[in-house]
Design a protein around this ligand. Sequence first.
Ligand code: PHE
Length: 337
Amino acid sequence: MNSLDRCLEEFHKDAQRVRTLDELNRLKGRYVGRKGVLNDYLKQMKALSPEKRRETGQKINQLKKIMEEEISQLQKVVGQSTKKYGKVDLTLPGNAIPSGSFHPITLILNRIIEIFFSLGFRVEEGPEIETEYYNFEALNFPSEHPARDEQDSFFLPHNYLLRTHTSPVQIRTMEKYPPPLKVVVPGRCYRRDPMDATHSMVFHQVEGLVVAEGISMGHLKGTIELFSRRLFGANRKVRFRPSFFPFTEPSAEVDISCGVCAGEGCRSCGYSGWLEIMGAGLVHPNVFKSAGYNPEAIRGFAFGMGVERIAMLKYGIPDIRLFFENDLYFLSQFRGL
Ligand code: PHE
């Protein structure tokens, strides 16, 4: 009798430790299974007197009922928690909440503006839907200039178009403020270019305009070289090439040594080792005239840089189309930058 009571006590203790279905099945086997403790007791009953046998038999059946009841209760609890949570391993790291990130173009735009801001530039903005006047005429584009062709620009009704560069904001800014000026203009631009690894119909530029007495090409070169060193590091090379823009004289194109191939020549730099990142020059007197400034009294320099090109150089991105495909696998690489 005593040992049966102890057996029940032990069962309760063991039952309290059960956490999983496996453990529950083992408990069941150990106590009420065919080879379990209770069956052992039943077998031992043969040795008892008929009277004792009856009493013990009843007691054993009672224990069996209690145990089976408790096991079926446990089954509900344990079964439920394993169904809901599987096997819970509390040592595993938690599930991270996915976080967003800035688009690489936004990252670079912010960085460019930060650098010019530290040099004393202010930020101006202008409309993406422009008039032909601001986009071309006021910038000294002759009316037969190929950029005015329907092949090159997105034209809208009533002489509006999607701006092909941020330069119209030069005029808008000079109309708004008297000299001296030191502004950068970030913004989206549009051209009817066929898409390839380095061209996109939609792209971003940052325009720069500095107007003051006695401005020269030296100021332009110094500013661009300082900017390039800050953005890319001192080991990237900068080169100025003579060029032509209707709204600057003299004009230059600025190249940076390719970061994908380190100047060797690859698909992203058209196998030249260099990537053109901006047009620049001294502000043409006719531009000052259109904006109502006196070209005799002041000088200025201007530049317009392609943000996608710069992001490609900075991050070693081989194809401009990656910026516009919204591929999360690509974009998530910039998380935390
Ligand atoms: N607007 C020119 C372009 O889009 C770049 C430029 C800006 C050139 C300012 C000179 C001065 O190509």
